[in-house]
Design a protein around this ligand. Structure first.
Ligand SMILES: [Zn+2]
Length: 234
């Protein structure tokens, strides 16, 4: 999730950039998800070799990518009565013409049909602003090492749930509010652990495990449901 994923510059498969992850592995590997290709490579393998590797597999990868994308469940249209996911629960969308902004009343969320998705995003972002900072602060206290958490911000970056900068700024995607609370907690802890280790080393994962012992379950959940969560409605 952070630091930003490097890509193989200028290369795309199925219209998507090819991500590159280097580590102390010995062989070059490839993973295809509905979000695109990721090449896993040893630290020192030359970029030209990695490009050839991708080109050799391009036909297969494009076919595979297309299949995966076709199996993505269609986002449902945003209409009155829509069950809006909210931290593992659902709020019923009620389209009320003329409202200036979305408002929650109990388990219903009233929003103007003239600008449904804009009003909903604004509402979720305001909730994120209210809820995310106390969560990151909680994990920063638990972490109790590394650089200080300087700010918690909300992001709308496509395909990325969060990030953490060397300056101690943590960003979390507002759509995490559409997931169960343990998923939001995991992503917050994931980014906070980067305050101690700005990498994905074993030492880093040990910090994550200390903050969220059941983090693997959350990782699996995100792999399975993350893409649908990024496209919750249309
Ligand atoms: Zn990360």
């Amino acid at each position: 999730m952070a630091p930003p994923l490097p890509v193989l510059p200028g290369l795309s498969v199925g219209g998507l950039p090819v991500q590159l992850r280097r580590s102390n592995r010995r062989t070059v590997g490839l993973r295809v998800t509905a979000q695109g290709l990721t090449v896993y490579a040893p630290e020192r393998t030359e970029e030209a070799r990695l490009r050839r590797f991708v080109e050799d597999k391009r036909a297969w990868a494009e076919r595979h990518l297309q299949q995966l994308q076709q199996h993505q469940p269609d986002a449902l249209p945003l209409i009155d009565g829509f069950a809006l996911p909210y931290l593992g629960q659902a709020l019923t969308l009620r389209a009320v013409p003329g409202l200036r902004r979305a408002q929650r009343v109990g388990t219903e969320l009233y929003a103007p049909p003239e600008a449904l998705s804009t009003a909903l995003e604004a509402w979720y972002r305001a909730e994120a602003l209210r809820l995310f900072a106390p969560i990151t602060q909680h994990y920063a206290v638990q972490l109790n090492r590394g650089r200080p958490l300087t700010a918690t911000r909300i992001t709308n970056a496509a395909g990325r749930w969060g990030s953490c900068t060397a300056a101690g700024v943590v960003r979390l995607h507002w759509k995490l509010l559409l997931a169960p609370p343990e998923i939001l907690n995991y992503v917050a802890a994931h980014e906070i652990a980067h305050l101690a280790e700005l990498n994905h080393s074993p030492r880093y994962w040990a910090e994550v495990a200390r903050l969220v012992p059941e983090y693997r379950t959350a990782e699996r959940w995100l792999k399975e449901h993350g893409a649908a969560l990024m496209q919750p409605w249309r």
